[in-house]
Design a binder for this molecule. Sequence first.
Ligand code: T5A
Length: 227
Amino acid sequence: MADANGLFVSFEGGEGAGKSTQIRRLAERLRELGHDVLVTREPGGSPGAEAVRHVLLSGAAEMFGTRMEAILFAAARNDHVEEVIRPALARGTIVLCDRFMDSSRVYQGVTGNLEADYIEALQRVAVNGVIPDCTLILDIPAEIGLERARKRASAVTAPDRFEKEEMQTHEKRREAFLDIAAREPDRCHVVDALRSEDEIAEDVAAIVDRRLGPATNISSARSEAAQ
Ligand code: T5A
């Protein structure tokens, strides 16, 4: 993270791994402890990026190729960073982001077959120094995650541009997220997402508490004192 007092936490992993569920639970917990929390997502999170989200997830950009999609993800990310994430961190807010730069490395880089140098060059411009302090990689076999996502999607919407790809591609993504975690152990934590929501939430809370350090206890004491 470049210039802030807040904490930037990203959640990554395959489709249906439980990212949104865990972000919701963590945000509730942190707010109860007295923290200022912003929940956001990618692609999207700012008005400009939400407009690009629709183009990407509807599949409207697919026919123009992966390079074009990667640039659109980067454009959306830069808008999100400059309009929402950086200002929130500067105010001391805890930012919980549903997917961030690792998703581009995996989806557009590894399974989109774009060169790592190309993806890294786009990322430098997109994030402009704003890197997550902590990334939770929710790890689940692709088949189970997709099954969960599909159950939910059939009740809400059709599978998006990326959900409908081959199982082999989804498994390759799982491996790619684990590779990132192995390469960047200080930032990334792999969380077994095959367990119950409660068990996962406990692990997630413990990891984030460690990142927050004594500040968590101070807020906790403050909120207890206020009761
Ligand atoms: N993408 C994104 C790129 O290609 N490049 C990029 O740079 C970026 C940023 C975004 C798509 O864009 C791609 C990746 C994606 O394909 P999205 O609609 O935002 O798409 O979807 P996802 O991020 O994939 O999120 P999903 O909504 O599919 O899954 P989540 O958030 O991981 O899962 P969640 O919490 O919604 O849970 C799914 C279902 O499982 C249940 C939930 O109740 C829900 O019904 N569930 C559990 N069931 C059993 N046990 C548990 N422990 C459970 N936890 C949750």
